[in-house]
Design a protein around this ligand. Structure first.
Ligand code: KG4
Ligand code: ZN
Length: 343
C-alpha cells in the first residue's frame, strides 16, 4: 500500500489530497480538497499573482489538515509528500513547495517535486486505468498543448500555442463582451442562445503544416466584430459567443485530427489508441462533443476524466507522486528543489 499526500498551489486553487494505491487494485482518492480563489480575483477580471500567493499562505495549512482528516489517514501513515514545483505562478509554487518541505522534514517523509503538467498528463491513469501510450490534449487557462504520453516521465510535446492559451482566449472574449470572469463558462452559456453562423470568424492554423495552435487572430476578429456593431444587445453577445465557440471547436478539431494521424503512424500496433482531454476548457460541451465525434471517426477512444480531476486539483499531484515512486523516479532530492515558474 502506498499513500501519498499531494499539494497543488500553482495558480488560483489551493488544493490538497490523499491518494492510495494497494497492489494491483484501482487507486483510491481518499480525499480531494480544492479551495478556489475565483471570488478574490473576479473583480480584476483575471488571476492577480500577488493576491493568489497571499491567499495560498492563508489557506494551505487548513486545506492540508482537511485533506488528511477527510482521508482518515494520519500523517505518520503517509508514505510521501508530493507538491507541484512548477510551472505556474512563482509565489504560489513557493508557498506549496516550502509547506511540503516543512511537513516532509518534520514527519521524516520523502518529498517529491512534481511538474504540474505531469499531473494533468497522468490523471487518466488514475481515473480510467489507461495504459501507455496515449495522446493528451491539455486546454486550460495557462496551457494549450498536445502531448504524447508514452510512460512516466516520457512526454513529448507535439503542439503548443504560439500566442494565447485557449482558456485565455475565452476569458478575453468574455471580457470584451462585458461577461463576468471566469469567461469560459459564461461564453458557453451565452453561446447556447446564439446563432453560430452569424459571424464568419477565422479558424487559426486550420490546414497549416505546423502542428501548433494560435488564438490571438480569432480574438482580434471578435474585437473588431464587436466594435463594428456596438452598442451590443444581448442577442449580439450571444451570436458572437456562438460564432466564436464554433470557430474554436473547428480549429481545435483540425489540430487534433492531425495529431491523431501522427499517433497512428508512430504507433501502428496500438489497438485502442486514446485521446485524453484535460484542463478547464474541457468542461465546454460543444468542444467536448466535437472532439468525441472526431475520435469516433478516427477510431480513437475518447477519455474525459471527471471535471474536478481535469481542472487543477491535488489528487493528480499525489497520483503523479505514486507513479514516480512506482517507476523508481524519485531519486532526485526534492529538498534542494527550487520552484520553477517555467518548466
Ligand atoms: O484548468 P483550469 O481550471 O485552470 C488553469 O488554467 O490551470 O482552466 C481554467 C480555464 C479558464 O480560462 C476558463 O475560462 C476555462 O478554463 N473554462 C472554460 C469553460 N469552463 C472553464 N472554457 C470554455 N468553456 C467552458 N465551459
Ligand atoms: Zn492546470
Amino acid at each position: 500500500m502506498i499513500r501519498v499526500l499531494g499539494i497543488e498551489t500553482s495558480c488560483d486553487e489551493t488544493a490538497a489530497s490523499v491518494v492510495a494505491l494497494d497492489g494491483a487494485s484501482a487507486p483510491d482518492i481518499l480525499s480531494n480538497v480544492v479551495l478556489s480563489q475565483i471570488a478574490e480575483h473576479a473583480a480584476f477580471g483575471g488571476v492577480v499573482p500577488e493576491i493568489a500567493a497571499r491567499a495560498h499562505v492563508e489557506a494551505l495549512d487548513g486545506i492540508v489538515a482537511a485533506a488528511l482528516a477527510d482521508s482518515g489517514v494520519k500523517l505518520d501513515e503517509i508514505d510521501a509528500i508530493a507538491a507541484t514545483a512548477g510551472p505556474g505562478l512563482v509565489g504560489g509554487l513557493i508557498v506549496g513547495l516550502m509547506t511540503a518541505k516543512a511537513i516532509a522534514a518534520a514527519a521524516d517523509k520523502p518529498l517529491l517535486a512534481i511538474n504540474h503538467l505531469e499531473g494533468h498528463a497522468l490523471t487518466a491513469r488514475l481515473t480510467d486505468g489507461l495504459a501507455f501510450p496515449y495522446l493528451l490534449l491539455l486546454v486550460s487557462g495557462g496551457h494549450t498543448q498536445i502531448v504524447r504520453v508514452a510512460g512516466v516521465g516520457d512526454y513529448q510535446r507535439w503542439a503548443t500555442t504560439i500566442d494565447d492559451a485557449l482558456g485565455e482566449a475565452f476569458d478575453k472574449t468574455a471580457k470584451m463582451l462585458g461577461l463576468p470572469y471566469p469567461g469560459g463558462p459564461n461564453v458557453e452559456k451565452a453561446a447556447a442562445k446564439g446563432d453560430p453562423t452569424r459571424f464568419a470568424f477565422p479558424r487559426p492554423m486550420k490546414g497549416a503544416a505546423q502542428p501548433d495552435f494560435s488564438f490571438s487572430g480569432l480574438k482580434t476578429a471578435v474585437r473588431q466584430a464587436a466594435q463594428a456593431i456596438a452598442p451590443l444587445t444581448d442577442q449580439d453577445v450571444a451570436d458572437i459567443c456562438a460564432s466564436f465557440q464554433t470557430a474554436v471547436a473547428d480549429a481545435l478539431a483540425d489540430r487534433v485530427s492531425r495529431a491523431l494521424g501522427r499517433f497512428r503512424t508512430e504507433f501502428p500496433d496500438q489497438h485502442e489508441p486514446a485521446l485524453v482531454v484535460a484542463g478547464g476548457v474541457a468542461a465546454n460541451r460543444v468542444i467536448k462533443a466535437t472532439l468525441e465525434r472526431l475520435c469516433t471517426t478516427a477510431g480513437f477512444r475518447f477519455v474525459a476524466p471527471p471535471l474536478k480531476l481535469c481542472t487543477d486539483n491535488a489528487a493528480m499531484i499525489a497520483w503523479a507522486g505514486i507513479e514516480r515512486l512506482r517507476a523508481g523516479l524519485d531519486e532526485e532530492n526534492a529538498f534542494d528543489f527550487v520552484p520553477r515558474s517555467r518548466w
